[in-house]
Design a protein around this ligand. Structure first.
Ligand code: SAM
Length: 278
């Protein structure tokens, strides 16, 4: 592994704000740009994400590079950046110390094939663009390439939906699918004022570790069907919200009361319902 960039080297760089000014860069709403310009905050996120023990890290949406600087100071073996806004590439290039540890890829994270970028167990760390946060999470949890761990900033409301338990207001499809695949913990809250420019809502960081025994792709597809139907009409009893999938008979086959509502069914219950679909 190449040597991490020392904190003193990072501190010798211009401040993130000066870098943005020097490159004449302003945040664009269409790219979901809300920057973290305080290295104390980005270092804390990287500490929560690690240790990386020399493994690769993909950072989606590095923008001005606040998280990137903290990642380069860490024990990551390599850091691969995927940024859609080409305006940031020259600024990010200034973080490259020539050791080959940093790779900058211009692209859309929704379309990128991660397996083409990295080899071996890889962490994902990102202050996600809010407009594509949920589809990116679903891609990484249910797609063909699985990260070793994910440490991701979301709008607080989305973070709460990922970690919610049965009976919580936020419990729904996202909780069931995420928790079927990974152990998910909310590890940090950040107020809107921590970002430049501040978004309208607060944020939170979720740390997810995909489980070795996660369900196969076919089971996940079934789980998506049953949770879509059950939470699509969350106030109805399952015998009626799941009517098209088998209604009361399906519930009985899964050992679940047809009079229950989706919000009280735990992950094991949804997995039994998914397995019982004919
Ligand atoms: N990581 C930086 C930080 O914390 O200051 C910037 C975070 S900002 C919330 C989101 C970043 O994602 C922006 O740099 C934006 O250009 C980039 N972005 C937006 N959509 C993207 C996509 N589909 N693929 C890759 N990057 C994207």
């Amino acid at each position: 592994m190449d040597r991490p960039t020392s904190a003193s080297k990072t501190e010798a760089l211009p401040s993130l704000r000066d870098s943005l000014d020097a490159h004449g860069l302003l945040a664009k709403k269409s790219f979901g740009q809300h920057f973290l310009l305080d290295l104390n905050v980005t270092r804390k996120i990287v500490r929560l994400a690690g240790p990386f023990d020399g493994r690769a890290v993909i950072e989606v949406g590095p923008g001005p590079g606040g998280l990137t600087r903290a990642l380069l100071e860490s024990d990551a073996g390599s850091v691969v950046l995927v940024e859609k806004d080409p305006r940031f590439l020259p600024l990010l290039g200034e973080l490259d110390d020539g050791t080959g540890r940093l790779r900058i890829v211009e692209g859309d994270a929704l379309k990128v094939r991660e397996a083409d970028l990295v080899e071996g167990p890889t962490h994902l760390v990102s202050n996600l663009p809010y407009n594509v946060g949920t589809p990116l999470l679903i891609k990484w949890l249910t797609g063909p390439w699985t990260p070793h761990a994910l440490t991701l900033m979301f709008q607080k409301e989305v973070a709460e939906r990922i970690v919610a338990a049965p009976g919580d207001d936020a419990y729904g499809r996202l909780a069931v699918i995420s928790q079927a695949v990974a152990d998910a913990r909310l590890v940090m809250h950040l107020p809107a004022a921590a970002f430049t420019p501040p978004p309208k809502v607060a944020s939170a960081v979720v740390h997810l570790i995909p489980r070795p025994d996660r369900p196969a792709a076919e089971t996940l597809k079934r789980l998506e069907r049953v949770t879509a139907a059950a939470f699509g009409q969350r106030r109805k009893m399952l015998r009626s919200s799941l009517k098209t999938l088998g209604g009361a008979a399906l519930c009985e086959a899964a050992g679940i009361s047809p009079e229950d509502r989706a919000e009280v069914i735990d992950l094991a219950g949804f997995l039994r319902l998914a397995a019982a679909i004919k």
